[in-house]
Design a protein around this ligand. Structure first.
Ligand code: ADP
Ligand code: MG
Length: 469
């Protein structure tokens, strides 16, 4: 069994145990990059993905790998950014997990003879791309491309869109492809990732069908090639791309490229190809600012049919700072949790997701204050002491007086609910008490909460004092 087969088998097992949403969100781009010496190295497309698997699925993954390779007793994780744009490493497991729902990939639209328009997602449009200062130019350029007729000379050819991971390049490119077809249903538009295009070229060369491939691409009206940095260092495929480019350009066909860098910085690409890439218009996309991110949160929640309170929307917008993929991941995650637990998301619950994904980052609220959910046991003790007017030392002590026992148990309850502390660690922080004592105390409060509304009201008021909803 090779790495791919092992991972496919592992995923097939796991897909039965976790929600499809989670499965797609967190496993699709992950692959085994090494198996050796009783250990498996899993590569993840993003830091966040890695953290998520490490904290949430470590045990489960190991268990399932062991079921297939009993000699494995360790897994390691690393980040491989190139995976973000690769197709799923283990298509089989995902095919199975997908059924019976309709595949998210739109089937190829058959147009003329053997050549079809090829677009991956109909959900990406230029209309649902939220335009901000940072992407205004790129969006306008894409719009302009879709408006130019087939007769007049193309103004922006090629159009080159560049920027970091998760800033909307693929969305813009596919949106442009969709828009060209919407305006002209007869147009043959091919959107493809560079990886796929390269594979196609390699296959054609191997099977001596280079001519056919060239003929095929010469007939498209628009060729949209995503992430051309993958061509770096691949001389043979660059040559094919160069020829295709010249053919299309000569016949006034639209070409659009994207990359993570401007053409001038694509060092592993031949001078002549690089210079052609820069012939037309190059535009960059950058991480949008807070206001735009908020608008994107709203747009994406709408698409997910997810109703989020305003403060939660603002909280997400304030804390997604590097990539909009992160934003999408968080929303998918919330949507999955809402579906599973039927709980409505709060700053606190979403904050917990953020913290799991990026443990080292400080979270902020929309007005720039540090988020109020990250309380320490000390803050809870102080708040409870003030609220019930009992000295903090008493809360930590062993007095059995009812006026003290009740507030003390409330404090434990808050530590557990807000900070997710274990009975052990609460016991430790409260003067070295046994975990069973803590457990009984917390049970007592939850019993009281059910019986009388005063207890619930106290807790509610305290949570408010602590800035927790
Ligand atoms: P890239 O190709 O640059 O790595 P993507 O196009 O894959 O980034 O974008 C990542 C996610 O963020 C996608 O789900 C995309 O829809 C979303 N996104 C990025 N920019 C915007 C935007 N301006 N408006 C709406 N969604 C966006
Ligand atoms: Mg992309």
């Amino acid at each position: 069994m090779d790495k791919v087969q092992v991972w496919d088998a592992v995923l097939t097992r796991m897909s039965e145990k976790i929600s499809r949403m989670e499965f797609h969100t967190w496993f699709k781009k992950v692959r085994i990059s090494e198996i050796s010496g009783g250990a498996v190295l899993l590569s993840c497309p993003t830091e966040m993905n890695k953290n998520w698997l490490e904290t949430k699925y470590h045990g489960m993954i190991l268990q399932n790998i062991k079921a297939i390779l009993p000699e494995i007793d360790k897994i390691f994780f690393n980040v491989d950014l190139t995976l973000a744009d690769s197709p799923s490493a283990t298509p089989q497991a995902f095919e199975k997990a997908k059924a019976p729902r309709k595949l998210p990939n739109q089937p190829d639209v058959k147009l003329t003879g053997d050549l079809k328009s090829r677009i991956v997602h109909s959900k990406f449009t230029l209309g649902n791309f939220v335009v901000g200062e940072e992407t205004k130019l790129a969006h306008a350029a894409c719009m302009a491309v879709t408006e130019s007729g087939s007769k007049e000379k193309k103004k922006y050819n090629p159009l080159f869109v560049y920027g970091g991971v998760g800033l909307g390049k693929t969305h813009l490119l596919q949106g442009t492809a969709n828009e060209i077809i919407r305006r002209n249903p007869d147009a043959i538009v091919v959107y493809t990732t560079s990886e796929r295009f390269i594979n196609e070229i390699v296959d054609a060369i191997r099977n001596r069908k280079g001519d056919e491939l060239r003929k095929k691409y010469r007939r498209v009206d628009a060729l949209i090639l995503d992430d051309v940095q993958f061509f770096e260092g691949k001389e043979k495929t660059q040559e094919e791309l160069f020829n295709t480019f010249n053919d299309l350009f000569e016949f006034n066909k639209q070409i659009i490229f994207s990359a993570d860098r401007p053409p001038s910085e694509l060092v592993g690409i031949s001078d002549r190809l690089r210079s052609r890439m820069g012939w037309g218009l190059s535009v960059d996309v950058q991480m949008p600012g807070y206001e735009t991110r908020l608008a994107i949160v709203q747009e994406k929640s709408k698409e997910l049919k997810l109703v989020l309170p305003n403060d939660v929307q603002e909280f997400i917008a304030a804390n997604v700072r590097k990539s909009l993929r992160e934003l999408e991941n968080i929303l998918n995650q919330i949507s999955a949790e809402v579906e599973l637990s039927e709980m409505s998301p709060t700053i606190q619950s979403v904050g917990k997701m953020f913290r799991k994904l990026n443990p080292s980052e400080e979270l902020e609220t929309s007005d720039g204050a540090k988020a109020g959910f990250a309380k320490s046991p000390d803050e809870i003790i102080t708040a409870v002491s003030e609220y019930f007017q009992v000295p903090a030392t008493e809360l930590l002590g062993n007095s059995r007086k009812q006026g003290i026992v009740f507030p003390r148990q409330i404090a434990w309850t808050l530590c557990k609910d807000i900070l997710r502390m274990s009975h052990e660690s609460i016991g430790k922080d409260f003067g070295g008490k046994n975990h069973t004592t803590i457990m009984h105390g917390i049970r007592k409060i939850s019993g009281l909460k059910r019986k009388d509304s005063t207890t619930a009201r106290h807790i509610h008021a305290l949570r408010k004092d602590l800035g927790v909803k």
